[in-house]
Design a protein around this ligand. Structure first.
Ligand code: 13P
Length: 257
């Protein structure tokens, strides 16, 4: 049985004080690890340590939004895997569509990052998803295939225990437009079948596939009820405890086979 996972991607939001307030508020309402749901928050780099301290001992894990794949050294402006581990990160988001589109990250670069994190024991939330133009051109599955194959190049089946996939249709991110439950389920099932053919049925059955894109309290339950939706990667609605908590609660009660 796959344990649900709800992660907050704070993106480039919060300042030192608001980050700690948000983290402390979450730690208060999720004081211990939940039986049915893993919970994580991914603040901006400067606030990782403080947020880590605020959620320490609670049911909320710490994650980062990006990393560089090389070992510590002369890479001005970058952050190493060792540094994330050192401040208590248990997750790192890789391949987010904003990094693909705005920062020019390619599947080849993302795969270097994925492999480096897995080699160093840092679990990965790998994001994939099509643009609106790609969906309208019936390219969704082809785009997902390309992103999965490229981003997971060199990743063995045994390492997949430390990979979570996030399906984030680009057209649903920050737009208020959510994929329908049918669209989400269909893409998630496609990704699971891809995992089965690239790896094996056991990897496909065990890998968690999160949905991301305008998830909020109002739509979380119906999305999370889909058989192949194993949680949510939440942007805007993760920035307030009152918005994020209902999504966690929806995951707690969502049916899972
Ligand atoms: P929104 O929830 O703000 O649409 O963002 C989704 C996302 O990109 C999470 O990584």
């Amino acid at each position: 049985m796959r344990k649900m996972f709800v992660a907050g991607n704070w993106k480039m939001n919060t300042l030192a004080q608001s980050a700690v307030e948000l983290a402390s508020g979450l730690a208060q309402v999720v004081p211990a690890r939940l039986a049915n749901v893993d919970v994580a928050v991914c603040p901006p780099f400067p606030f990782l340590s403080a947020v880590g301290a605020a959620v320490a001992g609670s049911g909320v894990d710490l994650g980062a939004q990006n990393v560089w794949f090389e070992k510590p050294g002369a890479y001005t402006g970058e952050v190493a895997i060792e540094m994330l581990a050192d401040v208590g990160c248990r997750w790192v988001i890789l391949g987010h569509s904003e990094r693909r589109a705005i920062l020019g990250e390619t599947d080849a670069l993302i795969s270097k990052k994925v492999n480096a994190c897995l080699a160093k024991g840092l679990p990965v939330i790998l994001c994939v998803g099509e643009t609106l133009a790609e969906r309208q051109a019936n390219q969704t599955e082809a785009v997902l295939n390309t992103q999965m194959a490229g981003s997971l190049a060199g990743v063995e089946a045994s390492a997949m225990a430390h990979v979570v996939i996030a399906y984030e249709p680009v057209w649903a991110i920050g737009t208020g437009v959510t994929a329908t439950t049918e669209q989400a389920q269909s893409a998630h099932l496609h990704l699971r079948k891809w995992l089965e053919s690239r790896y094996n049925p056991a990897v496909a059955a065990a890998t968690r596939i999160l949905y991301g894109g305008s998830v909020k309290a109002q739509n979380a339950a119906s999305l999370l009820e889909q058989p192949d939706v194993d949680g949510a990667l939440v942007g805007g609605a993760s920035l307030k405890v009152d918005d994020f908590l209902p999504i966690i609660r929806a995951a707690e009660t969502a049916r899972k086979s």
